[in-house]
Design a binder for this molecule. Structure first.
Ligand code: FES
Length: 130
């Protein structure tokens, strides 16, 4: 890894850690409409940005879930991964996360994912994020 990539990786890790701790620490505010229900299919998650936070919107057995969209291992987008049952496999190094809980189930991911409260209002999907 050259110096530029190493520096970028460190900055991304710091930013992700801050967001994770902030969201876990109760700085959550109101509901934000992020997409339409038709934008998300069972095998086709939707990537959305709330501020600088990247969030993946998944549909599993007709339920909507919102999880941190950036893999904590090496920052691949999990919405580009492979959905199977309640899990998503990271497209880069195959860490497997449970979409319904955010839990790391296997592979090189170094921690669980942050999850976000979701509600559906008519055709809109809303989440609570900072
Ligand atoms: S980037 Fe996801 S497992 Fe490596």
């Amino acid at each position: 890894m050259n110096g530029h990539y190493k520096f970028t990786a460190i900055i991304l890790y710091i930013k992700q850690s801050f967001v994770y701790k902030t969201l876990q620490g109760g700085w959550i505010m109101g509901w934000i409409a992020v997409c339409q229900i038709d934008d998300v299919q069972e095998d086709e998650p939707k990537a959305v940005d709330v501020g600088e936070t990247k969030i993946g919107i998944f549909k599993i057995e007709n339920q909507i879930y919102a999880i941190e969209n950036v893999c904590p291992h090496a920052y691949a987008l999990l919405s580009e991964g492979f959905v199977e049952g309640e899990t998503v496999e990271c497209p880069l190094h195959e860490a497997v996360f449970n979409v319904t809980t955010g839990a790391l189930e296997s592979g090189p991911g170094c921690r669980d994912l942050c999850t976000y409260p979701v509600k559906v209002d008519g055709a809109s999907i809303l989440i609570q994020a900072q």
